[in-house]
Ligand binder design. Structure first.
Ligand SMILES: C[S@@+](CC[C@H](N)C(=O)[O-])C[C@H]1O[C@@H](n2cnc3c(N)ncnc32)[C@H](O)[C@@H]1O
Length: 254
């Protein structure tokens, strides 16, 4: 089930205020890859900012954003109608319309940004999604995604001392506070409290993310018939080490 910050429109509308363009170096990293590929699928695209900016910068090929949360897609759709917004997921396919939208071998590049990969909690979920990536990649295509490195325990920073405040919709102040709730093996559960000036009360969302280490991740990729061609620890393409924040992976059909 999709977390409420993605499925409820007034929360989805906050996403781009907190995660605006270039809030992270991931945006330029992925944009560069997208601009160099003819057909691109962004899985868990959310509001689809990378695809939207790619189109704005003159990408003329196929740009598809796939997400199971219609509220997130609606935010993207309002901004640009010239990206293909597909409600669905890799395993079930499009929830409406033709399965052919995600046909075999259809994409030169598949990306998963914003740590979207970490929403796959169970082994079967990981396996089924990676198998689908393998199926939809064209020969010679690339799958590029990142997941947070569990070795650095980034969740320790998800504490109420760190309040994020931004100018939200209509210039109203919006705040977000995370609280770590549970660390159970690879699964980390936290809550996020959102408030916006004018709201009667804050909205609280509970989320769980999976933190896979590189060894386990690479085993799942190999099982799905995907070969790792490069792996980095940060967006500057520095090597992956135990203290790297990210595990950024380039994989291709084996
Ligand atoms: C943190 S957001 C990332 C959005 C975007 N990729 C970015 O870089 O800003 C995670 C997204 O994953 C989506 N998601 C949740 N479950 C999913 C699934 N099973 N398959 C694909 N995407 C999923 C959510 O709806 C949400 O939009």
């Amino acid at each position: 089930m999709v977390d409420r910050h993605f499925s409820v429109l007034n929360l989805a509308e906050l996403y781009d205020y907190f995660s605006h363009w270039q809030v992270s170096p991931q945006d330029d990293f992925y944009l560069d890859l997208v601009m160099g590929a003819r057909s691109v699928l962004d899985v868990g695209c959310g509001t689809g900012k990378i695809q939207r900016v790619a189109r704005e910068r003159g990408h003329t090929g196929r740009l598809v954003g796939l997400d199971p949360a219609d509220a997130m897609l609606e935010v993207g759709r309002r901004d640009r109608g010239d990206v293909e917004w597909v409600l669905g997921d890799l395993v079930a396919g499009p929830y409406e319309g033709e399965a052919e939208l995600l046909g075999d071998g259809a994409f030169d590049l598949v990306i998963m940004s914003g740590h979207a990969f970490q929403v796959f909690l169970g082994d079967e979920d990981v396996r089924a999604n990676l198998a689908a990536v393998r199926r939809i990649l064209a020969p010679g295509g690339r799958f590029v995604f990142e997941t947070r490195n569990p070795a650095v325990r980034g969740w320790q920073a998800w504490s109420p001392e760190r309040v994020r405040t931004v100018d939200g919709p209509g210039g109203r102040k919006a705040t977000c506070v995370h609280r770590l709730r549970e660390v159970a093996g690879e699964l980390v559960t936290f809550t996020s409290d959102y408030s916006v000036e004018g709201w009667a009360e804050p909205e609280t969302v509970r989320s769980t993310l999976r933190f896979l280490d590189a060894e386990r991740l690479n085993a799942f990729l190999a099982e799905a018939g995907l070969e790792v061609s490069a792996q980095y620890g940060y967006w500057d393409r520095s090597p992956l080490t135990d203290s790297s924040e990210e595990i950024i992976t380039f994989a291709r059909p084996a």
